[in-house]
Structures are given as structure tokens and as C-alpha cells.
Design a protein. Structure first.
Length: 144
């Protein structure tokens, strides 16, 4: 008479195979999450860039905003009532720097540490771009 069911060895082998498959799949999911965050950051940076350009066009003296927070009360309001937060540094707004003529808006990038620190008077990104994602009306040949 044969008993139906799995032996302990068979169950352990199935668990081991499933563990190996999960171990192979998890790093791929992390990479996909980073790609998603990168795409989200690029999209939000383009929206913020549109808000900054709109602010400049609609301000009386064609001035750039001194801070991204000024965009939430600008007319027309492109951003809404709240600024988006950096995809790679949750709870933190995107970085922003201006010298009156040029501006840069940046995300910390995958490592979560912003290397970009602002923009020079010549319109060149200051700091080290590394894995940071940024938009600027300055010299884009400097990195990014």
C-alpha cells in the first residue's frame, strides 16, 4: 500500500529551488525600482523646469524664482500646491540653485547623495554630477 504525499526531502528540495529563484529575481527588482525612480525624477524635473520657465515668463521683471517653493503660488500654477519630493531621497525636495540668470534643479540620484551644489555665474553646474539627475538652462555639456 502506497502513501500519498511528499517526503521531507522532496519538500526541502522544492523550498531550496524556490529560494534560489527568489535570490536571482530580487536584484532584478531593485534595478527595476531604480529605473522607475530615475524615470519619475526626470519627469518631475521637467515639470519643475517648466514651472521655473513659466514663472520667469509671467513675472513682471522676468526674474527666476529664488526658491522652488515660489512655484506653488505662481500664476499660472503648473506645480500645484505642493512640490514633488526627490524619488531617491524621500521626504526631501529636489535641489535648486540660481544666480539670477541661470538655474539648475537636481535629484540626488541612486546613491541618495546630491553631488550637484548649484550653478556658476557662467551657467555651469557646480559640484560633481556623478549619478545626479538635473535640468538647467545653463551649459548642459558640463554633465548630467
Amino acid at each position: 500500500m502506497l502513501k500519498k504525499g511528499f517526503t521531507l526531502i522532496e519538500l526541502l528540495i522544492v523550498i531550496a529551488v524556490i529560494s534560489i529563484l527568489i535570490g536571482i529575481a530580487l536584484p532584478r527588482f531593485k534595478g527595476m525600482q531604480d529605473e522607475g525612480n530615475r524615470a519619475r525624477a526626470k519627469g518631475e524635473l521637467r515639470t519643475l523646469q517648466t514651472g521655473v520657465e513659466s514663472f520667469r515668463i509671467h513675472s513682471a521683471n522676468s526674474a527666476l524664482p529664488t526658491a522652488l517653493g515660489n512655484l506653488t503660488s505662481a500664476t499660472p500654477n503648473i506645480i500645484g500646491n505642493a512640490l514633488p519630493t526627490d524619488s531617491f531621497k524621500q521626504g526631501t525636495n529636489y535641489g535648486y540653485g540660481t544666480n539670477g540668470s541661470y538655474y539648475a534643479i537636481w535629484s540626488a540620484g541612486i546613491d541618495g547623495t546630491a553631488g550637484v551644489t548649484g550653478i556658476s555665474n557662467a551657467g555651469v553646474i557646480t559640484g560633481t554630477a556623478g549619478d545626479d539627475i538635473y535640468v538647467t538652462n545653463g551649459d548642459v555639456a558640463a554633465g548630467g
